[in-house]
Ligand binder design. Sequence first.
Ligand code: EPU
Length: 313
Amino acid sequence: MHRGNTMNSRQQEKLTGLLARPVHWQCRLDRYTSFAIGGPADAVVKVESRLELQALLVFLLDEQIPWRVIGRGTNLLVRDEGFAGVVLLLDGEFKTVDRPSNQNVGSVIVRAGAGCSLRQLAYRCMEWGYSGVEFACGIPGTLGGAMIMNAGAWGSDMSAIVAGVVLMTADGEKRFDRRELDFSYRCWHGFAAHLGCAVVAEVELALQNGDPDMIRQQCEALQDRRKKMQRCTYPNAGSFFKNPANDSAGRLIDASGLKGLTIGGAMISAHHGNFLVNKGGATAEDVVRLMHVVRAKVKKDSGVDLEPEVHFI
Ligand code: EPU
């Protein structure tokens, strides 16, 4: 599907001049999403530093150009028409994890850039003997993405370990303390008000000192359990629906006999009902049609309204 660039040549030139790295114009987003689905964005850019990010946010605001940070694109369905705007990938200093110099007995605050992967973060904390991030070691996204959706697994989530967050807007940066942040299951409510104007730049995590070997064993055990339950070989976006209270979306979809159901290139995983997968060549429309079928059937059979966990752009 082809859609012309909505940025004019002056804007394109200005954008290029703001960044250390080359801009990818009319860049398909299927390469940047774990679903391997998505039409082109006007531009995809890698941002290396807070200085660069701030200048970029000022430009985007002045020119009224829509933008989104997409992390590793692991919880995302991008429409087939693509995104008329600029997609930001946080790189460089946004991928660092700082080892704290001062440690209180028992606990520690780790500061990490929003662009670092949860896997990398969990690995660093494991090496240093900091416990708390183990639940996240098999979650494939970035720290910033995990933060805005309060990602979780195994009965824990980001809200349990976040001590603070730094947001950046065109006006500069601002730190929010944990007490100012309102989370619920798979949701950071307050972020909705910042969507499209603020970027999560850094997250502070409150962790406990622990034994590196024990932490490693815990991470490995959780990753093994995850692999056994999910066993997904096709591209996917993780759990597609949020779990309803006291139940599991996967169990309900399974109970409705929907595993293996296919529309176009999109299929409900034969292994786990809550995984919608791209069997090859799936379009976003295939996935959305499949999603509607699942919601209608589960509603009819169990009376439950399933709500997507996946974000849409
Ligand atoms: N089940 C079925 N059939 C299925 C799938 C699951 O009967 O097709 C049953 C299982 O046997 C189990 C129950 O449903 O008794 C729960 O399944 P599972 O242990 O796989 O957990 P889940 O509720 O589907 C949640 C998170 C996962 C996280 C796991 C482990 C949500 C929506 N999903 O899955 O998170 O990895 O627990 O903690 O909260 C993600 O968010 O992307 C994600 C993968």
